[in-house]
Ligand binder design. Structure first.
Ligand code: 6PG
Length: 203
């Protein structure tokens, strides 16, 4: 992340409980993100100051630690109705190819807000769509945008992710495991797992 921000370009980040320490380290390694534009892999439809906001997580763990912030912060406006926020982000994404996207993965194999067997996985035209979930309405980047990234970087920790990691990185791709469908189409894909998350991969 620090290298990508230093080179300049379009960097997309995720929420969840895992990446906070990595964002803090990236801010220390590269305190000047002014050559980059910041995007979000997904957002929960809450206000940006809400404890469940992915923007707030990135604000507190990365942006507040920087000397120079990204030239543009493309925040998903979670305070809007999901469909409207998705349309807005869709327009903003047109013509953009990500240089790096950082993704976590849920125990069910979801990435960003692309959940198992969700019809959002079939989206081939739009770069961002709204997703209705029991916890929050969400807005997520779609597979064409994620797979269009030069660098796809997974950061996954914990034994509760081991089975999904086995399906995502050790077996055939399937809509039942969205993480198995995300691979850079022309660049590199890297999965950083701790021992617990990699425990079912036999590595
Ligand atoms: C979100 C995230 C989501 C996250 C996974 C893993 O908005 O929830 O973007 O895709 O990366 O749920 O979350 P944890 O890191 O908390 O396990």
């Amino acid at each position: 992340m620090a290298e990508a921000a230093g080179r300049g370009g379009h960097v997309a980040l995720s929420g969840g409980s895992t990446p906070g320490p990595a964002y803090e380290l990236a801010a220390r390694l590269q305190p000047d993100w002014s050559r980059s534009e910041l995007w979000f892999a997904d957002e929960r439809c809450v206000r940006p100051d809400d404890e469940n906001s992915n923007y707030r997580l990135v604000r507190e763990h990365l942006l507040d630690g920087l000397q120079r912030e990204p030239a543009v912060e493309h925040r998903i406006r979670g305070e809007l109705p999901a469909a409207r926020a998705a349309d807005e982000y869709e327009r903003e994404l047109r013509g953009i190819a990500l240089d790096l996207v950082l993704l976590g993965m849920g125990p069910d194999g979801h990435v960003a807000s692309l959940f198992p067997n969700d019809r959002a996985l079939e989206e081939e035209e739009r770069g961002a769509v709204a997703v209705r979930r029991p916890d929050f309405e969400r807005v997520t980047l779609t597979l064409p945008v994620l797979n269009g990234a030069e660098i796809v970087l997974f950061l996954i920790v914990g034994d509760d992710k081991a089975e999904a990691a086995r399906r995502a990185f050790g077996g055939p791709s399937s809509t039942a495991t969205p993480a198995s469908l995300v691979r850079s189409s022309h660049g590199s894909t890297c999965a950083l797992l701790d021992r617990a998350a990699a425990s079912a991969l036999g590595v």
